[in-house]
Design a protein around this ligand. Structure first.
Ligand code: FAD
Ligand code: AMP
Length: 475
């Protein structure tokens, strides 16, 4: 094999591409990984949207802003008072950048340790798995591989008449770098990113208004759970306006004038900064030539089968480029599964048990089906719910907001879904995911000993409640 021939080339080094490349190298495959992202210092910054401008920096800001909010609003009940609390936004942003740099730099070391040929530059697929490689700092050349994995991720959707300049009208990149707390912060889209970034700037003191075109808040979860979350967000003064479709925004004199319709009338509002968070689309631009044989769906995603095979022989696609949830852990597991399939193993990922999390306060986490989906599919089910207000740990912590809900098959008792609204929901949704992967039942969860006092006892009690035998609430 020449220097330019590989067993596998990954195009895109986000959680999908980098995890897949590491797994491929572990399996003894000669692996190239091409990723175009550079940090502010000009150094390679693999890790994709997730590490650079997504999951990690948003969580860093969510944590910083949470500390600021708690110390001002939640500690007095514990007998703690703190006067003269202030926040240094520069320092907060610098901490976030440091976390990102530590992770992206760590990846470059991991690539070396795994003997992956890592190129900081762009890759483009042509026919017969020829890849045009354009390094950021040298001449382009062609490499070939037995397998190519497309892992280029996604970019934000735009809406007509709202032009992102990342100074006043922002996408996720700009929203993670606002240099001072805006007095009024507008957000288009009350989905995952809108709610998380809205929470950050609201906790830091901005007046935050979210405009959501749909009438139903968070349609991916059940109405009762969405209501619990919406009530808490209202208490936090997040002004969430449902059924409000934004039709345009323009910048003048350092302010953003936004136009929207509430289903009846047209309105205008003025903000200091505006975030456009209306979803993301597959990043297919300039990724594959027309004769590469890679088909797309009507929605512009790369078309794949259940094993992430595209229509072109030995070309695969993973992560945000393809169907399924746009989540980092889904992308990584697909990357790993594809590497294993290429190496002749039985690579597999179960999209039915991918957990979702929104890192607001309370956190919202869910897996599997909702009641509405089960009803649509004519599946008979039983449900059990349990509030954190009835857990010792929730009360001791002073954070007993929200509840757990479990859905199980009415006949077999197999777990079909779980939704959690509450503190640390992101951490203990995992136990339900594990149980579901093992085709566990609500009874299994109900018979497992849960440590006391923990918030996870609410999962235990919700599972007991499916059979109307919860201990710490009336059934
Ligand atoms: P990406 O992470 O998008 O990586 C693809 C990489 O490929 C990019 O670096 C891109 O520059 C590069 N690339 C593209 N084309 C080429 C090319 N031709 N040549 C070379 N390189 C190329 N998900 C979660 O699970 N949890 C969260 O908490 C979470 N928070 C988020 C917060 C925000 C603000 C955003 C925007 C997203 C968040 N996500 C979260 C979603 C998550 O970031 C994505 O699902 C995930 O990054 C997808 O991984 P990927 O590998 O498919 O693509
Ligand atoms: P998510 O896909 O979780 O990032 O959420 C994006 C949200 O933006 C969805 O709930 C959309 O309904 C919403 N949205 C899309 N376009 C508009 C618009 N023009 N005005 C208001 N909300 C919108």
């Amino acid at each position: 094999m020449s220097d330019k021939e590989f067993d596998v080339i990954f195009i895109g080094g986000g959680p999908g591409g980098y995890a897949g490349a590491i797994r491929a190298a572990q399996l003894g495959l000669k692996t190239m990984l091409i990723d175009d992202r550079k940090g502010d210092d000009g150094k390679p910054a693999p890790g994709g949207t997730c590490l650079n401008v997504g999951c990690i920096p948003s969580k860093a800001l969510l944590d910083s802003s949470k500390h600021f909010h708690h110390i001002q609003h939640d500690y007095t009940a514990h007998g703690i008072t703190a006067d003269g609390v202030s926040i240094d936004i520069d320092k907060m942003l610098e901490r976030k950048r440091k976390v990102v740099k530590q992770l992206t730099g760590g990846l470059v070391q991991l690539f070396k340790a795994n003997k992956i040929e890592f190129v900081n530059g762009r890759g483009k697929l042509f026919s017969d798995r020829q890849v045009e490689v354009t390094p950021n700092d040298s001449e382009k050349y062609t490499a070939t591989a037995k397998h190519v994995v497309l892992a280029a991720g996604s970019v934000p959707f735009s809406i007509p008449n709202v032009e992102v300049d990342n100074e006043y009208i922002l996408d996720n990149v700009g929203a993670l770098e606002i240099p001072e707390v805006p007095q009024r912060f507008g957000v288009i889209g009350a989905g995952v990113i809108g709610l998380e970034m809205g929470s950050v700037w609201s906790r830091l003191g901005a007046e935050v208004v979210l405009f959501e075109a749909l009438d139903d808040f968070l349609p991916a979860i059940d109405r009762d759970m969405a209501k619990v979350a919406q009530r808490e967000f209202r208490k936090q003064k997040l002004d969430i306006r449902m059924g409000c479709k934004v039709s345009g925004a323009e910048v003048s004199d350092g302010k953003v004038k936004l136009s929207y319709n509430d289903g009846q009338d047209d309105h205008e509002e003025v903000f200091d900064r505006l975030l456009v968070a209306v979803g993301r689309k597959a990043a297919t631009d300039n990724l594959a030539s027309d004769d590469s044989g890679v088909d797309r769906t009507d929605r512009g995603q790369i078309k794949v089968d259940a094993h992430c095979r595209t229509s072109a022989e030995n070309v695969w696609a993973i992560g945000d480029l393809v169907r399924g949830p746009m989540l980092a852990h889904k992308a990584s597991e697909e990357g790993i599964a594809v590497a294993e399939s290429i190496a002749g193993q039985a690579g597999h990922i179960n999209l039915e048990t991918v957990p979702w999390v929104i890192y607001t306060d309370p956190e919202i986490a869910w897996v599997g089906k909702t009641e509405a989906q089960l009803e649509d599919e004519d599946i008979e089910y039983r449900s059990g719910a349990f509030p954190f207000a009835a857990t010792g740990r929730g009360l001791a912590m002073g954070n007993a907001v929200g509840q757990v809900k479990i859905l199980a098959d009415a006949e077999t008792d197999e777990l079909l879904g779980c939704q959690i609204v509450g503190a640390y929901a992101s951490e203990f949704i995992g136990e339900v995911v594990v149980a579901m992967e093992f085709n566990g039942s609500a009874e299994d969860l109900a018979r497992i000993v849960h440590a006391h006092p923990t918030l996870s006892e609410a999962v235990h009690e919700a599972a007991l409640s499916v059979d109307k035998r919860a201990i710490h609430k009336a059934n």
